[in-house]
Design a binder for this molecule. Structure first.
Ligand SMILES: Nc1ncnc2c1ncn2[C@@H]1O[C@H](COP(=O)(O)OP(=O)(O)OP(=O)(O)O)[C@@H](O)[C@H]1O
Length: 303
C-alpha cells in the first residue's frame, strides 16, 4: 500500500480539519479530490510529519508517520502549493540545495540537479535567478527540486493552481510521464476534476475531513448497471409513458430517455414495449457517469 491512514484527527481550535480520516491507497497515481477546506493540505502535512496530529495512525510506504517522519521526508518528494523559492538563487543552486537537504552529498546533488532540470525542460534557464522565472517555470522548478533524490512517492499539492492553460498542460504532461514512464507513485491534490482524470487512475474524495468516496476512476465511472440511455424513432414522451405503465421509470433528457430498470427486469422489457407499441428503438446503451457526477454524489450534492 502507498498510504494507510486510520482515524486521523486534527483540529485547529474550533475547526476540525481531519475528522477521523481512514483510508488505504494503492500504489500508482492517486488523485486527492475535494473542495477548498476539505482537509487535503492538512492530510498531506500529516503524512509528511509537518504537523502533529491529535489522534490516529498512519503509514506512508510502510513508514509510521509519527515515528518515522524523517525517513518519510527522505523517501518522498513534496511540491507544496505555496511559493517556496528564495531570492538571489539560480535554478540549479536551488535544486542542488534541495538535494542536500534530503541528505545527498554536494557533488551528487549538483549532478542530479542538472539532470532533473533538463528533464523538466529548464535546462536553458538553469543559471538564471529563480525569481525571474514565469509561474509555469517556477512550478517546474519546484517539481525538479522535489524529484532530485528520485523519490518513491511524489506528493503535489494543487500543482496547477494559478497556471495558464499551456502551463497547466505542461505540468500535467510532466506528472503523467513521472507516473507512466518513470514508474513514480504520485499523490496529487486538486479541486479540479479534469486534472485528476488526466493523470490518475485512482481517486479519493475528501469532504469535511473525511473520505467520502474512493476507488479506481474507471470503476467509479463504470456503467450504472441498471441505467440506460434510450432513443426511439417516434415520440420520446409517449414511449416514456408506456414504460411507466410497465413500472419502468423513464425520464426525457435532451434527445433521449434515461431509463431505470427496476430490479428483476431486463432490457427485454424495453424491446417488448417497443414491439407492442410499434415503436422503433434507435439506440440503447448503458449509461456512464462522469467523474464530476461521482464527485458531486460523494459530496451529497445533486448532479
Ligand atoms: N494552520 C491552520 N490554522 C487554522 N485553521 C486551519 C489551518 N490549516 C487549515 N485550517 C483549516 O482546516 C480546514 C482544512 O483545511 P485544508 O487547508 O487542509 O483544506 P484543503 O482541502 O487543502 O483546502 P484548500 O484547497 O483551500 O487548501 C479548513 O477549514 C482550514 O481553514
Amino acid at each position: 500500500m502507498l498510504i494507510e491512514l486510520e482515524e486521523l484527527t486534527k483540529t485547529y481550535g474550533a475547526i476540525t480539519a481531519l475528522a477521523g480520516l481512514s483510508t488505504a491507497l494503492p500504489e500508482g497515481a492517486v488523485g486527492l479530490l475535494g473542495p477548498n477546506g476539505a482537509g487535503k493540505t492538512t492530510m498531506i502535512r500529516s503524512l509528511l510529519g509537518l504537523i502533529a496530529i491529535d489522534a490516529g495512525r498512519g503509514r506512508v510506504l510502510g513508514m509510521d508517520i509519527a515515528r518515522e517522519a524523517l525517513e518519510i521526508r527522505q523517501t518522498v518528494g513534496f511540491v507544496p502549493e505555496d511559493e517556496c523559492l528564495f531570492p538571489g538563487v539560480t535554478g540549479v543552486q536551488f535544486v542542488a540545495y534541495a538535494g542536500e537537504l534530503v541528505g545527498m552529498g554536494p557533488r551528487d546533488a549538483l549532478q542530479r540537479a542538472h539532470e532533473v532540470l533538463d528533464y523538466v525542460d529548464l535546462g536553458e534557464a538553469r543559471y538564471r535567478r529563480a525569481e525571474s522565472y514565469s509561474t509555469g517555470m517556477k512550478q517546474r522548478l519546484k517539481i525538479a527540486s522535489a524529484i532530485v533524490h528520485d523519490p518513491r512517492l511524489l506528493i503535489l499539492d494543487e500543482p496547477t493552481n494559478g497556471m495558464d492553460p499551456v502551463g497547466r498542460d505542461e505540468i500535467l504532461a510532466l506528472c503523467r510521464d513521472l507516473s507512466r514512464a518513470k514508474g513514480m507513485n504520485l499523490l496529487i491534490s486538486s479541486h479540479l476534476l479534469p486534472d485528476v482524470e488526466a493523470v490518475c487512475e485512482y481517486v479519493v474524495v475528501l469532504g469535511k475531513g473525511r473520505v467520502l468516496a474512493q476507488g479506481r476512476i474507471a470503476e467509479l465511472k463504470q456503467a450504472h448497471d441498471r441505467q440506460f440511455e434510450l432513443r426511439v424513432r417516434g415520440d420520446q414522451r409517449r414511449f416514456a409513458g408506456l414504460l411507466g405503465a410497465r413500472g419502468v421509470r423513464a425520464e426525457p433528457v435532451n434527445d433521449h430517455l434515461l431509463v431505470d430498470l427496476p430490479p428483476g427486469s431486463t432490457v427485454a422489457a424495453l424491446w417488448e414495449t417497443a414491439e407492442q407499441a410499434a415503436e422503433q428503438i434507435r439506440s440503447l446503451r448503458p449509461r456512464r457517469s462522469t467523474l464530476e457526477e461521482v464527485f458531486l454524489r460523494a459530496l451529497g450534492e445533486p448532479s
